[in-house]
Structure formats: C-alpha cells, structure tokens
Design a protein around this ligand. Structure first.
Ligand code: CP
Length: 301
C-alpha cells in the first residue's frame, strides 16, 4: 500500500494489521525508527487533533515534520497551482499528510506525487486515519470489533468521520442505528454498500430510543462549514445533546465516542463518567498515526 486515501481501499486484514501495529507501538513491543524521515503536514482546513497527533506521532518515532496551515503564507497566494505545490513539497518530504475542503483532492494528490499521501480529511468525503483510530478505540473498549451495536448520531450527511467509520466497521458484522435529522441522513452510496454486504442498519431520529441496546454511541458535530444556507444550520445545530440522564440505563460496556471538536453535542458533566471515551480516543490517535506513518514508510521491518 503506497497511500491511505479511503477506507474503501482497505480490506479486513489490512485494517487488523493497522490495529496490531498500533497496539505493539502502544505497548512498547515495536519501536520503529523514523530518524531520517520527514512528514509534510499540509492542512488547507483547520485542525487540532489530526495535525497535532500526526506531529506528535512523527516526533515520537524520531522523525521530523514541516507544516503548512492554510495558504496565507505560501506561494498559492501568487497563483501557484495545487499540483505544483504538491510536487514541490514532495521534493522535500518522505510522506504528505493533507487535509482540504475538496472531495477527491487526496486521491488526486496521490496520483500527482510519488511519495505516500495520507488523507487527513477531504471535505465531506473521507477521514480514514480517524476511522482507524476509532476502530482501535472500539477494540480497546470492547475487546473485539465483531458483532457490535453502534449508534451513529448527528450530521451523517456531511460528517466524513462517520462515512469512513461505517465503511471500516462494515466487515465486522455490526448493527447500526443511524440517528440524524431527516435531511442529514447517511448518503445513499454508503447505504448501498451496507446492503450489498448484508449489514443491518436502521435510520431513526430519536437518540434515546435504542440507547440501552448500544455498545458504542458515536456522536458527531453538525458540520456548520458544509452548509450553504446558514439558516438551515441554525435549524439543526442543537438537534442532539446527549445528557447524563440519558445514560441511566445503558449497558456496562457502553462507551460514548466523538471524533471532536465538540460544540455542545455531549453535556460536559458526562466527561467524568466511565462512559466518556472521547479524550482517550484522541490519545489513541497518536498510537494509530504512529502505526500509519510506520506502515507507509516501511518502518515495521
Ligand atoms: N477529529 C478531527 O479530525 O479533529 P480535528 O478537526 O481537530 O483534526
């Protein structure tokens, strides 16, 4: 595998291999050496976790990073094309980690440069490194990826993390409740994939209806930046707020996950409960991104 662009490109064994390498790194059984490697972190869209966890991961591996955050101080302002920017950066770095607002841009980048490209989010399309850390988090909390019941809550139309997560879990016989306002449902191409794989799912609007049946509730923010009409965003921005009261009957193994950033989807008084897992989830991102850099740069040998 040269690049990591979409969860659709990975099969079950490849996903499990990422889990295994992340676990070995976390437990100290594998200490890859990236001393002579340099990652270019090109972020055309804002990020806290993905950027910092990739930077942390590379530093912990002994490697180095160069960073672009927005184009304000680059020659894009002078009219340089996206392709020329990528081809130039590829002269300096061993791997490109990139985030843009444009769907398909990471795939395009992987065709333009010879070094590995990691999709750190392309518009509303995919966020595969988030999906891999989410699966790693699910594995750590549940002890398995198999036969789990997962409620996916919020903006399922524009949320790239849930698109990648659902595709990633689909090889592990999950049951999904897709919980969203009616006009923010999961895209039909993803539902078609699930039908083809005979994955059970149900689309509902009430977050409490099946909460006591869930192993994982994966909550997402309404993606304000993807709305063309601000009034439409205002109508749905508070569609779901998970409160402590709602968790009174959940299963012992129930865990609440969120890719973050949180706006107000999860009440902060849940943070101190055993059910909150979103900050550990963010920490797991470092182990998984160490695994991703290691595997794409051939450092596991
Ligand atoms: N989960 C996630 O992608 O967070 P950031 O946007 O802060 O990177």
């Amino acid at each position: 595998m040269k690049d990591l662009i979409s969860m659709r490109d990975l099969d079950r064994d490849q996903i499990l291999h990422f889990m295994d390498i992340a676990a070995q790194i976390e437990q100290g059984d594998l200490i890859p050496d990236m001393k002579h490697k340099l990652a270019a972190l090109l972020f055309f869209e804002p990020s806290t976790r993905t950027h910092f966890s990739f930077a942390t991961a590379m530093k912990k591996l002994g490697g180095q990073t160069i960073t672009m955050r927005g184009t304000a101080s680059t020659s894009v302002q002078k009219g340089e094309t996206f392709a020329d920017t990528l081809k130039t950066v590829a002269q300096y770095a061993d791997i490109i980690v990139m985030r843009t607002a444009v769907e398909g841009s990471a795939r395009y980048a992987s065709e333009v440069v010879d070094i590995p490209v990691v999709n750190a989010g392309d518009g509303a399309n995919q966020h595969p490194t988030q999906a891999l850390l989410d699966l790693y988090s699910i594995m750590k909390t549940q002890g398995t990826l198999e036969n789990l019941t997962i409620g996916v809550v919020g903006d399922l139309k524009f949320g790239r993390t849930v698109h990648s997560l659902v595709q990633a879990m689909s090889d592990f016989t999950p049951r999904f409740y897709f919980i969203s306002p009616s006009h923010l449902r999961m895209p039909s191409y993803i539902l078609e994939d699930l039908k083809a794989k005979k994955v059970w799912y149900k689309e509902i609007s009430d977050a409490e209806e099946h909460i006591n049946d869930l192993d994982i509730m994966y909550v997402t923010r309404i993606q304000k930046e993807r709305f063309t009409d601000p009034e439409e965003y205002e109508k749905v921005k508070n569609a779901y707020i998970i409160t402590r009261d709602m968790l009174s009957g959940v299963k012992d193994n129930f865990r609440l996950m969120h890719p973050l950033p949180r706006v107000n989807e999860i009440s902060t008084d849940i943070d101190s409960t055993e059910y909150a897992y979103y900050f550990q989830q963010a920490k797991n991102g470092v182990y998984m991104r160490q695994a991703i850099l290691t595997l794409l740069l051939g450092g596991e040998k």
